[in-house]
Design a protein around this ligand. Structure first.
Ligand SMILES: O=C(O)CCC(=O)C(=O)O
Length: 264
């Protein structure tokens, strides 16, 4: 397995706005990540839960909306929708710092540019659940530079029926709704732009990963199967990026990078 992105792969990424990298995991790594993820949800992991954003999936018996996105454990259940700050977990940090991902970031941001983790996020569509995610581009108006790279890894089979990601190839060349704080499209944009273009379903094997240009339009549905659709999504940005909300981001590649020993 090469630890470098080839010129041909990079050209494909630039053309289509995404690149299928396949499985870059070591033996046994997928199972370790799957188990760790469930342990985190079940409150069994040795991680500082007060520093981890955890959001429950929608609950049809409550108001059918996902719970608040706030720090801290919300109960011993696998029915979480989103969990962030996973760079604080040694296994996930180790995975997101793979040499091949370093090579992707070096292509995107330059060999000498330190890279920070905007977010290291678990996205889950629990069995027979999940929350619709509308079409959007991954960009945030509080940042003074747009991040360009997200690497999305399937921890389970990702198929249409369990809510795989859908994306529009080549849509990374222009921002559709720059006014929206988090890149979400309006219903008009969806009707006038998305519905006139071909999308693809990103069906993946467990362990496979895909590099996404952050501006590539994507969305995902719900899960009508008995198999969860767990995924780990990491957004990498130039470490010099500033947030007007004053957020601090961990450097993961380059000078001062976080290591499994330095997780506070
Ligand atoms: O996992 C999903 O369904 C969507 C994830 C997403 O929007 C992202 O990783 O940026």
């Amino acid at each position: 397995m090469s630890t470098q992105i080839s010129d041909q792969q990079w050209a494909q990424f630039e053309e289509a706005g995404f690149l299928h990298l396949g499985n870059v995991m070591d033996n046994g790594e997928l199972e370790q990540l799957q188990v760790r993820m469930d342990d985190i949800m079940l409150g069994k992991a040795s991680i500082d839960y007060d520093r981890v954003m955890m959001q429950l999936d929608r609950d049809p018996e409550r108001d059918n909306k996902p719970g608040p996105q706030s720090k801290g454990h919300k109960g011993e259940t696998l029915l979480y929708r989103k969990i962030q700050d996973l760079e604080r977990d040694a296994l996930f940090l180790d995975y997101l710092q793979k040499p091949i991902f370093r090579s992707v970031c070096a292509r995107a941001y330059g060999n000498e540019t330190p890279v920070a983790c905007f977010r290291a996020m678990f996205m889950n569509k629990p069995a027979r659940g999940g929350t619709e995610l509308v079409w959007h581009q991954d960009r945030w108006t509080d940042l003074d530079k747009d991040p360009m790279i997200t690497i999305w890894t399937a921890l389970d089979p990702a198929i249409i029926a369990n809510g795989c990601v859908k994306l529009i190839p080549g849509s990374h060349r222009a921002l559709i709704n720059p006014e929206h704080g988090a890149g979400f499209l309006t219903e008009e944009h969806i009707e006038n732009i998305v519905s006139k273009q071909e999308f693809i379903n990103l069906e993946l094997e467990p362990g496979d990963c895909v590099v996404l240009h952050n501006w590539t339009l994507h969305s995902s549905g719900t899960n009508s199967t008995d198999i969860a659709r767990r995924a780990f999504s990491v957004c990498y940005m130039d470490a010099a990026t500033q947030s007007s909300r004053g957020h601090e981001y961990a450097v993961v590649f380059g000078e001062g990078e976080m290591t499994t020993e330095s997780i506070a």
